[in-house]
Design a protein around this ligand. Structure first.
Ligand code: ADP
Length: 594
C-alpha cells in the first residue's frame, strides 16, 4: 500500500468530521503565524534598544518599548494557549472518533462474513485481533500526528521560510539550501531505523507472551525439569531485544549529531551572511536574531522527520492487513429472500459434492433425505464429513446449496437469517457468554418474557439446580459445570423453539452423570421436531428413525438401526467396536449381580 492508497482508504472515515478538520487546520494556520511572532519581536527589541544605546538614552525612555514588547509577547502566549489547546483537542478528538468508527466498522464487517472467512488459516482469532488492533492504532496515530505534528510543523516551516525570503532573498536561499541536506540525512536515518522499532515491539510482545506461556505450562515445565530451557529461551529474546535497542540508540545518536552539526552549520552561514548585510548597512543588527529564529522554525519539523517517516511506514504496513479484512467483500454472507410461513423441515441433498475453500474435498456425491419430525442420525468415524453436512444445511458454506432443498425449495433461495431463526444448533461445546445465566438463556430469544425463560430452563432440566444457587438466575453462567452449561445451551434452544434442530456431539465433552442428565433434556427437545444428531454414543443414535453412515465423505449405508446393522458394513464395524469398548458383558454381569 502506498501513501496515496492509504489516504484514499482512510478518507471516508475522516469525511464525517470535516468540520473538526477545518477547525484544526484553521488553528494550525493561525498557529503558524503566531510561531513567528517571537522572531519579529526580538528583532524589533534589539533594533530599538540598540538605537537607544546609540543615542545615549536612559532607561525611562526605553520603558515604552519594554511595555510594548511585554504586551505583544504575553498576548501572543494567551492566544497560543487557545490555539494549542484547540489543535491538540481537535486532533485528539478526530483520532478518537476515527478510531471508534474504524473499530466498530470492522466488527460489523466481520460479523457479516461467511463461515469460510473464519476458518481460513489467516483468520485465526489471535491473528485477526492483532491485525485489527495494530491497524486501528497505527492508522489513528498517523491521522493524529498529521494534525498535531506534521501539518502544524510544516506550515510553520513554510511561513518561516517565506519570512526569511521576505527579509532577504539570499538569507532565504541559504535557509532553503540547508533543508534538502537535512532532509537527506533524516531520510537516511529513517531508512536505517526502518523496522527496528517494530522489531523491538514484537520482541516485547514475545517476551510478555513468553511469561504467559510459562505460566500456562508450568506443570509440564516442572515435571520435565525444563526450567533451564525456558530460561534460555527468555534470555535469547532478551539479548535480541537489548541488541536491537542499543543499535537503535547508537544509530539515532549518530544521526542526531550529524543533524545538529548541519543545523549549526546553517546557523553559522546565516549569521555570517546577516552580519555582512548589517555591516554593509543593508540591515539593522536585530536581523541576526530574526533570521536565526526563523531558520530554527524551518528546521524544527525536519528534526522530527525520521520519526514521522517511521510512523507512516508502520501505518502503511498495518493498514494493508487492516483494509484487507475490511474490504474482503466477496466473503459477505449470501442470502435469498424466500421466507415461507412455516418450515416443516424436509431436507433433500442431491448428489452433493463439497470442498472447503482451502480445497479439502469433504463430501462426494452425497444424497440424503431427512424426513420432517423425525430423528436422523449421522454416524461415522472422525473426519467422515458429518459436521460438514450440518454446516451446509445451516448455510455456513454456500457453494453447494443449489443441490440442497428444504421443503422442496433450494436452500440458496432462503433468506439466511430466516433460515437460521428456524434452526437450532447444539454443539459439543456451546459457547457460554460472560454474563448471568438469565442473559445466556435469553440469547435464544431476547424478546421472551422472564417466565418463558424460566420455563425453558425447566424443560432443559436445569431450573432446579439454578434456583439452588445463591444468586439464582443472576449467577454468572461461566461458573457452571460443563454439563450445566450444555443444559443452558439446550434451554436457549427451548426458548428459540426452532422446528429444526442439529445436535453435533452434544454430550461428547461430558462425564457419564452429566450425559445421563442431559439425555432427558435432549429427549424433551427432540419431540415433534426435525432433528439431526451426530454422536459417537450408541445410546444416542440407536433409537433414531433413520441412520446415515458416512465414510470419507461418502454415504455408505442408510436405514433404521436394524437395517444398517444387517448390511454388515461400516455401521456394524463401528457399532460392534463401540459395544466391545463398553465391555457390555461385564457391565450387564455387574448390574445383574446387584
Ligand atoms: P466429522 O464431523 O465427520 O468428524 P468433518 O465434517 O468435520 O468430519 O470433516 C470432514 C473433512 O473436512 C475432514 O477431512 C476435515 O479435515 C475437513 N474439514 C472440516 N472443516 C474444515 C474447514 N473449515 N476447512 C477445511 N477443511 C475442513
Amino acid at each position: 500500500m502506498n501513501l496515496f492508497q492509504l489516504f484514499k482508504n482512510i478518507a471516508p472515515y475522516v469525511r464525517p468530521y470535516k468540520g473538526l478538520v477545518a477547525l484544526a487546520l484553521l488553528l494550525t494556520s493561525v498557529g503558524a503565524l503566531t510561531a513567528q511572532v517571537n522572531a519579529y519581536v526580538l528583532q524589533y527589541t534589539i533594533n530599538s534598544i540598540a538605537s537607544l544605546v546609540e543615542q545615549h538614552k536612559q532607561l525611562a525612555e526605553g520603558l515604552h518599548i519594554v511595555a510594548f514588547i511585554s504586551i505583544v509577547l504575553l498576548s501572543k502566549e494567551i492566544l497560543n494557549i487557545f490555539i494549542s489547546f484547540g489543535q491538540k483537542f481537535f486532533g485528539e478528538k478526530i483520532r478518537i472518533m476515527i478510531s471508534k468508527d474504524l473499530a466498530q466498522k470492522i466488527i460489523e464487517k466481520i460479523l457479516s462474513y461467511r463461515m469460510a472467512f473464519f476458518t481460513a488459516d489467516e483468520s485465526g482469532s489471535g491473528k485477526l485481533q492483532t491485525r485489527i488492533d495494530q491497524g486501528v492504532s497505527s492508522l489513528t496515530r498517523t491521522v493524529q500526528s498529521f494534525f498535531i505534528d506534521i501539518f502544524p510543523l510544516f506550515t510553520s516551516a513554510t511561513v518561516a521560510l517565506l519570512g526569511m525570503f521576505n527579509a532577504n532573498v539570499y538569507v532565504g536561499l541559504a535557509g532553503l539550501c540547508i533543508v534538502p541536506v537535512y532532509f537527506i540525512i533524516s531520510q537516511k536515518q529513517a531508512k536505517k531505523l526502518k523496522g527496528w522499532r517494530r522489531n523491538i515491539r514484537s520482541f516485547r510482545e514475545n517476551k510478555s507472551g513468553g511469561v504467559i506461556n510459562i505460566l500456562e505450562s508450568i506443570s509440564v515445565i516442572k515435571s520435565f525439569n525444563r526450567e533451564d530451557i525456558e530460561a534460555k529461551k527468555q534470555s535469547d529474546l532478551q539479548t535480541a531485544l537489548t541488541d536491537t535497542q542499543m543499535r537503535t540508540r547508537s544509530t539515532n545518536f549518530k544521526f542526531d549529531g550529524l543533524k545538529t552539526f548541519t543545523e549549526q552549520f546553517g546557523v553559522v552561514i546565516i549569521i555570517i551572511l546577516t552580519a555582512y548585510l548589517v555591516l554593509i548597512g543593508q540591515m539593522q543588527i536585530g536581523a541576526i536574531m530574526l533570521h536565526i529564529m526563523l531558520f530554527n522554525n524551518v528546521t524544527a519539523p525536519i528534526r522530527q522527520l525520521h520519526r514521522i517517516y517511521d510512523d507512516v511506514n508502520d501505518a502503511l504496513i498495518y493498514a494493508e492487513g487492516f483494509f484487507d479484512i475490511m474490504h474482503s467483500d466477496h466473503e459477505k454472507e449470501q442470502s435469498g429472500d424466500y421466507r415461507p410461513e412455516r418450515i416443516t423441515g424436509k431436507f433433500e441433498l442431491r448428489n452433493v459434492d463439497f470442498a472447503y475453500p482451502n480445497g479439502t474435498q469433504a463430501l462426494f456425491d452425497v444424497s440424503m433425505t431427512i424426513a420432517p419430525n423425525t430423528i436422523t442420525a449421522l454416524v461415522g468415524l472422525s473426519g467422515a464429513g458429518k459436521s460438514t453436512v450440518i454446516n451446509l444445511l445451516d448455510k455456513f458454506y454456500a457453494s453447494a446449496c443449489g443441490e440442497i432443498l428444504l421443503d422442496g425449495v433450494p436452500l440458496c433461495d432462503y433468506d439466511t437469517r430466516f433460515l437460521r431463526e428456524n434452526i437450532g444448533l447444539v454443539l459439543q461445546k456451546n459457547h457460554i457468554f460472560s454474563g448471568t445465566i438469565a442473559e445466556n438463556i435469553f440469547y435464544g430469544n431476547p424478546n421472551a418474557s422472564y417466565e418463558e425463560m424460566v420455563e425453558a430452563a425447566r424443560q432443559a432440566y436445569i431450573h432446579e439446580q439454578i434456583i439452588r444457587l445463591p444468586e439464582g438466575y443472576e449467577s454468572s453462567a461461566l461458573l457452571l459445570s460443563g454439563g450445566q452449561q450444555q443444559r443452558i445451551a439446550i434451554a436457549r434452544m427451548f426458548l428459540k423453539k426452532p422446528p429444526i434442530i442439529f445436535l453435533d456431539e452434544p454430550t461428547a465433552s461430558l462425564d457419564a452423570i452429566a450425559t445421563e442428565q442431559i439425555k432427558n433434556s435432549l429427549d424433551a427437545i427432540k419431540k415433534d421436531r426435525t432433528v439431526i444428531i451426530i454422536s459417537h454414543s450408541i445410546s444416542q443414535f440407536i433409537d433414531s428413525e433413520m441412520i446415515y453412515v458416512l465414510k470419507n465423505g461418502r454415504v455408505m449405508e442408510h436405514g433404521s438401526h436394524e437395517e444398517v446393522y444387517r448390511q454388515e458394513g461400516v455401521y456394524k464395524e463401528i457399532f460392534d467396536a463401540a459395544a466391545r469398548s463398553l465391555n457390555v458383558e461385564k457391565i450387564s454381569g455387574t448390574i445383574e449381580k446387584k
